[in-house]
Design a protein around this ligand. Structure first.
Ligand code: DC
Length: 219
């Protein structure tokens, strides 16, 4: 099986790029952030705070996350319920960053992610794909962009979804999330030694997609 790992900070365009590259190469796109988000949704719904590591860890055994594909789009199921429509709010984003640092939460999803990559050719995006989940990926990309640019994109995305939000607040949240994701003890976000750095600040989506496809084909 072949695999491409795409890591980078929030809002760098990982999912947009990975989805399009998947289409061009005939790979499956695996969005690992959505899996962490579905677990965070469970904690929120059960009144568990992001700071309560013991409660979060205990709750992990009550959670089952599964993945299906509908028209090529990944659907995440939380204990049998399709939760795709509920996991993109800022509240869930922050809770996800708070709880994805706990080893119990990460353990739970690691095997699911590896299993997917064993069965199909995948392009998988997240924070620790190149460094931890798929250390032998055929290509590793570290995709980044300036925080201002990333905030503008996230803002546009939320407005298009009909969600009211504030650009300044989004940039603050993005910076806080990156800080937390980069500085946690377990599987922090960092560029793998053998990853190719792609800074998308001044690139169009098409340019980034073409770059990743050509990196894969010429690897
Ligand atoms: O990519 P995203 O914005 O959907 O990710 C949401 C959060 O999940 C982010 O704060 C970091 C965490 N995450 C992680 O720790 N490891 C991954 N492989 C993917 C996401």
């Amino acid at each position: 099986m072949h695999s491409i790992a795409v890591d980078g900070p929030a809002g760098a365009g990982k999912s947009t790029i990975a989805r399009r590259v998947a289409k061009e190469l005939g790979f499956i796109y695996v969005d690992t952030g959505a899996m962490y988000r579905s677990m965070a949704l469970y904690f929120l719904r059960h009144g568990i705070k992001g700071t309560e590591e013991q409660k979060v860890s205990d709750a992990c055994s009550d959670i089952e996350v599964t993945i299906e594909y509908e028209d090529g789009e990944q659907q995440v199921f939380l204990n049998g319920e399709n939760v795709n429509a509920f996991i993109r709010t800022e509240e869930v984003s922050m809770m996800t960053s708070d709880t994805s640092k706990y080893p119990k939460v990460r353990e739970k999803l690691l095997s699911l992610q590896r299993e997917l990559a064993q069965k199909k050719n995948v392009i998988m995006d997240g924070r620790d794909i190149g460094t931890c989940v798929l250390p032998d990926a055929d290509l590793k990309v570290y995709l980044t962009a300036s925080s201002g640019e990333r905030a503008r994109r996230r803002y546009k995305e939320q407005i298009e979804r009909g969600i009211q939000c504030d650009l300044g607040q989004i940039e603050k949240d993005i910076i806080a999330r990156d800080e937390q994701d980069m500085n946690r003890a377990v599987s922090p976000l960092k560029q793998a030694k053998d990853a190719v750095l792609v800074d998308a600040s001044d690139m169009t989506i098409e340019e980034v997609v073409a770059k990743v496809v050509s990196l894969y084909q010429n690897r």
